[in-house]
Design a protein around this ligand. Structure first.
Ligand code: IPE
Ligand code: IPE
Ligand code: MG
Length: 254
């Protein structure tokens, strides 16, 4: 039996975020170069995007390259940028076939010109697709995003575009790169590491966290379904107590 059969289609998360980790270790285990792992990670991206779109998930955010990843050896960074260009180009069919809209968050100006161009083209070409949005986090880190947001907000206060009294959580959120998306209900990290690595710190305040020991290149549709089932078996209390959650659920069903 597939994990897919255990999924309650009426209770899907709207937004799933993934820290795609473990490419290098997966390759090393096979006596290959780290880049071999990155190349194989593309299949996992395709499988996961298809699985998510088929289920009816609306947003899939993938952490593909962090601000801190710029500190890796030059050759690896170059290989990753090249792979990104190649993949966006090659996978445009996957995006169109599955009616997926591509979006990107992060300090995109830091990417190579070629990457920026390929990315922008794919974003424009898929802008009309409404089944699911796939958001690539590129040259992204949460502290970068929060600092940018604070700066922009301060500027708008200083220039009287908004008043200090207007600043609340909702307004602050409108300054984040993710302002157009709901917060992810589920965050998945592969490779057996139990950390967030500077990803969506504000947005995951109440996300369910799911960690799997599988390396990203071995992550397949079944693994995604398994994570969704795990998510659906949790009780999300948001500070309340279990009895309140059960009562609210009963009231909603009646
Ligand atoms: C994730 O795999 C891909 C990126 C961060 C770009 P890694 O390259 O981090 O692989 P490990 O974690 O070293 O195995
Ligand atoms: C997190 O993975 C970033 C991405 C998946 C893009 P890292 O491999 O860079 O994270 P750390 O350094 O192990 O925390
Ligand atoms: Mg890693």
């Amino acid at each position: 039996m597939s994990w897919k059969d255990k999924i309650d289609i009426k209770r899907l998360p709207q937004h799933v975020a993934i820290i795609m980790d473990g490419n290098g270790r997966w390759a090393k285990k096979r006596g290959k170069l780290r880049t071999f792992g990155h190349n194989h990670g593309v299949t996992s991206v395709r499988e996961t995007a298809e699985a998510a779109a088929e289920l009816g998930i609306k947003y899939l955010t993938l952490y593909a390259f962090s601000t801190e990843n710029w500190n890796r050896p030059r050759a690896e960074v170059n290989a990753l940028m090249k792979l990104l260009v190649r993949t966006i180009h090659k996978e445009s069919k996957t995006l169109h076939d599955n009616k997926i809209r591509l979006l990107a968050i992060g300090e995109l100006e830091a990417l190579t010109k070629k990457t920026q161009k390929e990315l922008q083209e794919a974003i424009n070409d898929t802008a009309h697709h409404e089944r699911m949005a796939m958001v690539l986090a590129l040259s992204y880190s949460s502290r970068w995003e929060l600092t940018q947001a604070a700066k922009e907000l301060a500027k708008d206060v200083a220039t009287n575009k908004i008043s200090l009294q207007q600043v609340d959580q909702e307004l602050f959120e409108s300054y984040l790169t993710t302002s157009a998306f709901p917060d992810p209900e589920l965050l998945i990290r592969t490779s057996g590491e139990y950390r967030i690595s500077n990803f969506l710190l504000w947005q995951i305040a109440y996300s369910e966290l799911y960690f799997t020991p599988k390396f990203w290149p071995e992550f397949r549709k079944e693994d995604f379904y398994e994570a969704i089932v795990d998510f659906q078996n949790r009780e999300r209390r948001f500070g309340k107590i279990s009895e309140q959650i059960i009562k609210e659920k009963d009231e909603n069903e009646n």
